[in-house]
Design a protein around this ligand. Structure first.
Ligand SMILES: N[C@@H](CCC(=O)N[C@@H](CS)C(=O)NCC(=O)O)C(=O)O
Length: 203
């Protein structure tokens, strides 16, 4: 088995999907968290001057989605056919659109504008995305997004909705399949143990 070292800041952010894949696969990895001066010194040695990076047996790779896709293929989480992979990518891209909507709100510095964006986000964006996910789960009817096993798509959705589910419990109640999906992924023993033990961070 290769040796995996993941480097990111001390938060979930763009690295958490990678941590979840490795955890789900039962793969040990070095969860290296950096900041401040350590990052400033390390930055020039990374492929694109950004984190996360994954080192596999000492070779360094960048871009969180490329890393997640590679690991999903390595650990059999990318479906059983090209068409499955296509459907998985579809869900991942949808969640990336959702992530853009999230960062637009949280990245706003002006407090009044932020409050306005937050209102639009909870009343329009969240129901829109949860509705689309609910529809996909209804169509597939296995409790997973693609096929009948947990794939990259399920881990991606779980990761991006994790924080929101506790904050917007009343909204989630309206999407029982999405709600149940979060519980399903969150109750996988290795995911449950990992999430219970992980350091709480804002993002
Ligand atoms: N598309 C890249 C974006 C990476 C990115 O924006 N990384 C940010 C943290 S989330 C970063 O490294 N910021 C520090 C810097 O640019 O110096 C990915 O998904 O990996």
């Amino acid at each position: 088995m290769p040796n995996y070292k993941l480097t990111y800041f001390d938060g979930r952010g763009r690295a958490e999907i990678i941590r979840l894949i490795l955890t789900y696969a039962g793969q040990k990895f070095d969860d290296n968290r950096v900041g401040g001066e350590v990052w400033a010194k390390f930055k020039p040695s990374t492929p694109f001057g950004q984190l996360p990076v994954l080192e596999i047996d000492g070779n360094m790779y960048a871009q969180s989605t490329a890393i997640a896709n590679h690991l999903a293929r390595e650990f059999g989480l990318y479906g059983r056919s090209n068409l499955d992979a296509f459907e998985i990518d579809q869900v991942v891209c949808l969640m990336q659109d959702f992530w853009s909507a999230v960062t637009k709100v949280y990245g706003e510095k002006d407090e009044a504008k932020k409050a306005e964006l937050m209102g639009k986000f909870t009343q329009e964006e969240v129901p829109k995305f949860l509705g689309l996910l609910e529809k996909l789960l209804k169509q597939n009817s296995s409790g997973c997004f693609v096929g009948s096993d947990i794939t990259l798509a399920d881990l991606f959705v779980y990761d991006l909705l994790w924080n929101l589910k506790s904050k917007l419990a009343d909204v989630f109640e309206k999407y029982p399949l999405v709600n149940g999906h979060q519980d399903k992924v969150g109750s996988v023993p290795q995911i449950k143990a990992y999430v219970a033990a992980r350091k709480p961070t804002t993002f």
